[in-house]
Write a protein that binds this ligand. Structure first.
Ligand code: BGC
Length: 248
């Protein structure tokens, strides 16, 4: 099935048409900045521009940085508080005149990795962490997703983990890779103690620089960098939408 995958992040909105049986992009991805304040109307306009850019008239899958239940946003960490209670699926469908399906962005990225990437066929507990503007999580048990886990907001040393260990925290606080890696290590160790995962998959923008921080990590759990890199969110959003289209 061909679906337009869109990954809505706190900083950028990226999209590309995806062949969901193979998990491949059918065109080069297109990126637009997330509008200042990330309010619902402004983000919907960008989603519309994304569909127009690809002259898209079919189904669309969106990964969105919030708890999403049946298309409705139930949290707002790096986006406008106006999202809480907003049906993002309905809003984007109206804006694009296409059927739109919305899931949490980290869940989408995890689905791509577990279906086509480094998590394919891995049994047991797999925990994907996306490191970008925020910290996102996707938890899988024998390949099955437990949605909306939001483990980027667990407490590490009395702080919201995301505020100390995200890529934005590294940049804004001007941390060396080593200093930041130590924080990430504390975060991953906390997750390790809580979930005893069989595998950590690290994704998101920071992973491009994995050589700078992987050597400093001391967690015992196996760690693999996401195979799809920054495209995982696009591929996974399309994949999640294909499941919902097939269910109809
Ligand atoms: C949000 C999550 C999201 C993550 C990555 C967090 O701030 O609460 O829903 O998955 O950022 O974008």
């Amino acid at each position: 099935m061909q679906i337009l995958g869109i990954d809505i992040g706190g900083t950028g909105i990226k999209g590309a048409p995806v062949e969901t049986e193979e998990g491949v992009l059918l065109a080069e991805r297109f990126r637009l900045p997330t509008p200042e304040g990330a309010k619902p109307g402004a983000v919907a306009e960008v989603v519309k521009s994304m569909a127009e850019n690809f002259n898209w008239h079919g189904s669309i899958g969106c990964g969105f940085p919030a708890v999403i239940r049946d298309g409705v946003a139930e949290s707002a960490a790096n986006i406008s508080q106006k999202w809480i209670g907003t049906n993002a699926a309905v809003l984007f469908s109206q804006a694009t005149q296409c059927p739109v399906y919305v899931v949490n962005d980290a869940d989408a990225a995890g689905l791509a990795e577990v279906t086509f990437g480094v998590g394919k066929g891995v049994r047991g507990v797999v925990l994907m962490i996306t490191i970008g503007t925020g910290l996102g999580s996707a938890l899988f048990i024998d390949g099955k997703l437990v949605p909306n886990t939001e483990l980027g907001h667990i407490e590490v040393e009395c702080e919201d983990a995301e505020t100390i260990a995200s890529d934005v925290a590294r940049k804004e606080q001007d941390l060396s890779w080593k200093k930041w890696a130590k924080r990430l290590d504390k975060y991953l160790t906390t997750l390790e103690n809580l979930f005893s995962p069989d595998l950590f998959i690290l994704g998101g923008g920071a992973v491009k620089k994995q050589d700078q921080f992987l050597p400093y990590l001391t967690v015992h759990t196996k760690i693999i960098a996401a195979e799809f890199g920054n495209d995982a969110g696009i591929v996974g959003a399309a994949l999640a939408a294909s499941y919902q289209v097939n269910q109809k």
